[in-house]
Every structure is written in structure tokens, then in C-alpha cells.
Design a protein around this ligand. Structure first.
Ligand code: NAD
Ligand code: ZN
Length: 359
């Protein structure tokens, strides 16, 4: 392996309130004959005609409403790919408009339009061999950093793991803070804390370098400005949070996440706990690993009167605990980033079991 990571980034970024209106111009040069653009849209916008009518449909273009009750699954991705192939043969591109769930679905389906087999075959690192079709991401909720990352996280038959590859990154992203206006307070907090936790984990990790630090520090400050310094949510908060998500994503692109993510993956796999809230549930108990970050987190929770669920692992079977522990310990780079090369001596199965029991 090369000594330095050579990172593929998003090709084009447009930022600004109202920039969504430029979508038609942005997509025009990407259209291939009469092959349609497919717009994956978060189910929140299902009945929002005012918003749907702003999507620049041409020719055979289609809007597909994406159900986000559960996080994306390999089976769902394969099914969407099969349906699009059956209906259109080829498409010009896939545009994901929504949160991490919809953006990840868009990335995965765009890749599976050209890569053979099932998305299960590509869960891992650098398994995707050919570029997918054109893809663009348009976040409508801020925090995951999925708009900039080189992965799309999928739950498959045996694991929750992304399709990490140079081909996974979006060709274009549209960052329009206006689109985030309608996110409910609790959800906004959980997803934003994904960003805050990315920063804390990156900044306190052994993989840290000046590249990651520069983005991580800025993203963390932006989160603190909106959740600790401000007394009322306003447009400027959405603008800052969209940029925090972007910078937080850039920070982990060149480092790694840590304990909260490793533990929360276990919860997601066994209990289906969603990423944002799962990270909050875990991070709330990580004072031993991230004392300063957890202290700030608790202040934000209190200020915004957010409820962090407690006791979610009560009554789980031995088998369920064992499965959570195995999934979590399987995230080796995360643990190594958090605890160093000797992490296996520090985070034993017993110690992790005790942590899961506190959640
Ligand atoms: P999400 O996409 O699941 O959306 C959360 C909720 O917010 C949904 O109910 C959705 O309908 C609603 N919503 C979205 N936009 C809205 C708007 N403008 N107004 C009102 N409601 C709105 O949540 P998320 O936290 O953005 O994403 C979580 C997913 O992202 C997980 O599947 C996780 O695995 C993935 N993820 C991916 C990466 C990556 O690098 N690819 C990184 C972190 C997380
Ligand atoms: Zn995350």
C-alpha cells in the first residue's frame, strides 16, 4: 500500500441559499441522449408539491421517493437497480436529495447500475472496480458528511459496512442550507451530533494530522456556535451546520472515527438503532475516552432539552450482546485510531460488554 493516501474528492461543489434552483443548468451537460436523470427524494417531501415542482424534470426523468424508516440495505439497493434497469435500461444519472440515508442509497445505486452482481459483493474497501453512472448529492439535513465521503453505508445479510471506493464519491454536490429549514429539532440535533462526534473522534485519534485537524477544528467550532452560543435557531445556523457537516466529513476522510462509531455500529446491527441517535446514546457514556467532548455534548443536550434514550440494552440475550461485541470489535481501524496499535489489550470483550450494559 502507498505510504500516503491519495484521496478522491467530490468534483464539483455549489454552495449557497437558493443554489438548488441551479440544478437544471448543472445537470444539463450530464444528460446522455434521452437516458433519464433519476431523482431519489426523501419521503419527507412526498406530498410537498411546492418542493417537488422545483425538481428539473426533463423527458423520461423520474422522481423515486425513498423510504427512510430503516437505514439503507443491500437488498433495497439491488431492488432499485433492478427496477431502473427494467424500466429504462440506461440512466444518465442518480441524484440523491435527502439525508445520509438517501445520499447513500443514491451513491450505491449509481455504482450498481454498472457493476455486476449484488451490492453485498462490494461491502468493504476498494472492491468496486468500475465507475458508476453520474451521481449528485443534495443534503436536506446536515451532519453525516455523506455528501463528501468515499463510502455509502449499507446493512447487508452479514454486516453493516459501506462500499468504500474512489468511485463512491459524488461527482457533484449542491449545498443549499434553505433545504434544511424543515428538519425537526430532535432529528436535527441527532444528525448534527454525528458531525460533532466525527470531529471529537478525529481530533482525539492517533491518525490525526494537520489536514484532518484543520477541518475537524473548524467543524467542531461551528457546531458549538450553533448549539451552545446561539439562543434561537435561525437561517445562519443552517448555513453553519451545512458547512460543519462538509468540514467534518473532510476531517474523517483523512483520518478515522473512533469509539462512539465502533460501539454504535454494534447497536445498529443488532437493534437497528439509527446512526445519529445511536452515536448520541453511546457518546453520552464515553467520558473516559473523550472527557472534554462529552462534557460539551451534555451541555448541548441540556440546553436544547434533547432526550437521549437510556437503558436500551436492558434484557438483551447473551447472544445479542456477543453479536454486538463482535460487530464492534470488527471495526479495527476505528479502534486503532481511538486507542492506538495496542487497542486489543485495552478494549477487551469484557470491557466492551460492560460499556454496552451501561447504554
Ligand atoms: P436520515 O437520512 O435517515 O434522515 C433522518 C430523518 O430526517 C428522516 O426521517 C428524514 O425523512 C428526515 N429529513 C431529512 N431531511 C429533512 C428535511 N429537510 N425536513 C424534515 N425532515 C427531514 O438521517 P441522517 O442522519 O442524515 O443519515 C443517517 C444515515 O447516514 C445512516 O444510514 C448512516 O449510516 C449514514 N451515514 C453515512 C455516512 C457516509 O459517509 N456515507 C456517514 C455517516 C452516516
Ligand atoms: Zn457518523
Amino acid at each position: 500500500m502507498a505510504q500516503f493516501r491519495n484521496f478522491r474528492m467530490v468534483n464539483y461543489v455549489v454552495y449557497g441559499r437558493g443554489s438548488f434552483n441551479q440544478l437544471d443548468d448543472i445537470l444539463s451537460p450530464q444528460r446522455k441522449g434521452d437516458a433519464p436523470m433519476i431523482f431519489f427524494v426523501d419521503e419527507f417531501f412526498r406530498d410537498n408539491q411546492a418542493f417537488l415542482s422545483r425538481i428539473p424534470l426533463r423527458g423520461k426523468d423520474k422522481v423515486v421517493i425513498i423510504d427512510v424508516e430503516h437505514e439503507p440495505k443491500t437488498s433495497g439497493v439491488d431492488k432499485l437497480r433492478d427496477e431502473l434497469k427494467a424500466e429504462f435500461g440506461e440512466v444518465s444519472g442518480i441524484i440523491g436529495i435527502g439525508g445520509g440515508s438517501v445520499m447513500d442509497t443514491a451513491k450505491a445505486v449509481a455504482l450498481m447500475m454498472t457493476n455486476p452482481g449484488s451490492s453485498v459483493d462490494y461491502q468493504g474497501w476498494d472492491l468496486v472496480k468500475v465507475p458508476g453512472v453520474y451521481k449528485a448529492g443534495i443534503p436536506t439535513i446536515a451532519g453525516t458528511g455523506a455528501e463528501v465521503s468515499r463510502t455509502c453505508v449499507l446493512t447487508g445479510p452479514t454486516r453493516k459496512l459501506g462500499m468504500n471506493s474512489d468511485f463512491t464519491t459524488f461527482d457533484q454536490i449542491v449545498l443549499d442550507p434553505e433545504l434544511c429549514k424543515t428538519v425537526p429539532d430532535n432529528q436535527r440535533f441527532y444528525t448534527a451530533m454525528d458531525c460533532f462526534i466525527h470531529c471529537v473522534e478525529s481530533l482525539n485519534g492517533t491518525y490525526l494530522n494537520a489536514f484532518s485537524q484543520s477541518y475537524g477544528e473548524k467543524a467542531q467550532v461551528l457546531c458549538e456556535e450553533v448549539f451552545l452560543d446561539k439562543d434561537q435557531w435561525d437561517d445562519e445556523c443552517d448555513e453553519k451546520l451545512v458547512m460543519a457537516s462538509y468540514a467534518g466529513g473532510m476531517s474523517i476522510a483523512y483520518s478515522q472515527v473512533g469509539v462512539a462509531h465502533a460501539v454504535s455500529y454494534g447497536l445498529a446491527y443488532v437493534l437497528g438503532t439509527k446512526h445519529g441517535i445511536g452515536n448520541c446514546i453511546v457518546f453520552d457514556k464515553l467520558e473516559e475516552y473523550y472527557p472534554e467532548g462529552v462534557e460539551k455534548f451534555k451541555r448541548m443536550v441540556e440546553k436544547h432539552k434533547i432526550e437521549i434514550p437510556q437503558g436500551i440494552t436492558k434484557g438483551l440475550t447473551e447472544e445479542q450482546f456477543e453479536s454486538m461485541i463482535s460487530v464492534s470489535l470488527g471495526m479495527k481501524p476505528l479502534w486503532e485510531n481511538a486507542l492506538g496499535k495496542d487497542w486489543e489489550k485495552i478494549m477487551t470483550r469484557e470491557k466492551l460488554r460492560a460499556l454496552y450494559e451501561r447504554l
